[in-house]
Design a binder for this molecule. Structure first.
Ligand SMILES: NC(=O)c1ccc[n+]([C@@H]2O[C@H](COP(=O)([O-])OP(=O)(O)OC[C@H]3O[C@@H](n4cnc5c(N)ncnc54)[C@H](O)[C@@H]3O)[C@@H](O)[C@H]2O)c1
Length: 432
């Protein structure tokens, strides 16, 4: 084994993109030498799966993370655990002399972010945040168009993201449903959206004002559907047969193997009721954001809609660039390809001032997350490191600025006042 050495912590559904790449296409140039998780069942399942592929990868319990680093001596630690635990592993890895690749969001609040920034400064090591959306061809194309100056000087952005009653509802079943785990959808999900805006308009947020509420994933909505007397999880629910949100873990081999078979170890029930009173995240959010460049953005996120995708319009001195995208229906980890673009329902149209609109043929792509995952893996783990003229590789600054809009929004929703983003953390530069 002569490749760069990696260990991975957090072995749930998203983890597969990384261990799958390291045990598959990139084996030999990039090698997985250790895996770690809080759940012994998922840990052993992956160890055995890798062994079947002829790989002897050592498995460590979460409390043995330090021992994993000491024994395996990885160059890079991959963090794919629950959002609120990212900072703990990132700091530990950096201070042990490793570089880090982490899933989004970099972390969930300003205190944890400050801890990461301090550890980066102290260690001199790097943190890469894997924004797969940047790699999907149509979003890369939007960056190229913006870099070409198509809209002139950007003045404002209208951005509206819909999550549906399949993938969107799924956030209310799992750990994401509590802000202490995920930072709510403003951080957990919108980190992708705010990153795309920061990247496309080449700026960072300055002031954020937000309002949010939860009015759909509620007991009242359960009663509207006639679901009185529901239980706190689908598996034991007396009204499951009439619930459109019923998730049968036993019927989906992927969900059964990963979660149902291992719930005895940690009580992680993957099929919690989406109408539970224990949920404390919003489902309806509206923001006004002022960027350092002076751009004003109106943004909304609704997570209970009949289709999933987004509309964004970037308005400038030369015209308006409109991009629309609808994604396919799925539930994370159910074996369906996640976040695929729906064929024929993704468009880019440019409306120049004083001239007819132009339909811009889009870069079609297949595969998970708009075709971004495969390209991201190639960039992360491939032997060749291609040039990066569009700046798709996201470092800690990119990761930090992408969560600061959502962190500020959370604070604004709690206080009712606008939040100045610069005051949230110290020592953070703008992305290169
Ligand atoms: N970029 C994307 O498209 C994308 C998609 C899905 C998830 N994600 C991110 O990937 C990460 C994992 O999400 P997921 O959907 O796989 O969740 P998951 O619940 O399926 O898996 C999380 C894993 O982390 C483990 N874990 C929890 N606490 C831990 C701790 N303290 N120490 C070690 N392991 C711990 C759990 O046991 C579980 O195996 C999250 O940060 C999420 O935001 C990114």
């Amino acid at each position: 084994m002569a490749g760069r050495k990696y260990v991975q912590v957090g072995l749930g559904s998203r983890a597969k993109m990384y261990w799958g790449a390291l045990s598959g296409d990139y084996r030999g140039t990039s090698d997985l030498v250790g895996i770690c998780d809080i759940n012994p069942g998922r840990l052993e399942m992956l160890r055995a799966k890798l062994a079947e592929k002829g790989l002897d990868v050592s498995a460590y319990a979460a409390e043995d993370f330090d021992r994993m680093i000491a024994e395996q001596k990885p160059e890079t630690v991959i963090v794919t655990s629950k959002d609120s635990t990212h900072d703990f592993y990132i700091r530990k890895a950096l201070l042990a002399g490793c570089d880090v690749i982490t899933e989004k969001p970099l972390t969930i609040d300003e205190e944890k972010l400050q801890g990461i920034l301090d550890a980066i400064e102290k260690s001199g090591k790097t943190v890469r945040v894997t924004f797969n959306y940047r790699y999907s061809p149509v979003r890369t194309q939007m960056k190229e168009l913006m870099q070409s100056g198509i809209v002139g000087d950007v003045l404002s952005v209208d951005f509206h993201w819909n999550l549906d009653t399949s993938h969107g509802a799924d956030y209310y079943r799992r750990w994401h449903r509590n802000k202490e785990n995920s930072g709510g959808l403003m951080v957990h999900k919108a980190t992708h959206h705010f990153d795309l805006v920061n990247w496309w308009i080449s700026s960072v947020p300055d002031t954020v004002y937000a309002q949010g509420k939860r009015d759909f994933y509620t007991e009242k909505q359960a009663a509207f559907y006639g679901l009185e007397g529901h239980s706190d999880r689908c598996r034991t629910c007396p009204v499951a047969d009439k619930c459109k949100f019923y998730l049968d873990l036993a019927a989906k081999p992927g969900l059964k193997a990963l979660y149902l078979n291992n719930e005895e170890y940690d009580g992680y029930f993957r099929d919690r009721c989406v109408f539970s009173p224990l949920i404390d995240i919003e489902d309806t959010m509206c923001l006004v954001v002022k960027y350092k460049s002076g751009v004003l953005m109106s943004y909304s996120l609704n997570s209970f809609l009949p289709w999933e995708g987004y509309h964004i319009s970037i308005n400038g001195t030369k015209g308006r660039l409109e991009h629309h995208c609808q994604e396919t229906v799925y539930v994370s980890g159910d074996g369906t390809t996640p976040g695929e673009m729906k064929a024929g329902d993704t468009t880019i149209i440019f409306y120049p001032h004083f001239a007819p609109p132009r339909n811009i043929p889009i870069s079609e792509s297949k595969g998970s997350h708009g075709g971004g995952d495969a390209l991201l893996c190639k960039d992360l783990f491939g032997a060749e490191k291609p040039a990066d003229p569009l700046g798709r590789r996201a470092d800690y600054r990119v990761g930090a600025w992408s969560i600061l809009t959502g962190i500020a929004a959370n604070r604004s929703m709690a206080t009712g006042a606008p939040v100045i983003v610069n005051n949230l953390v110290k020592g953070l530069e703008e992305p290169a």
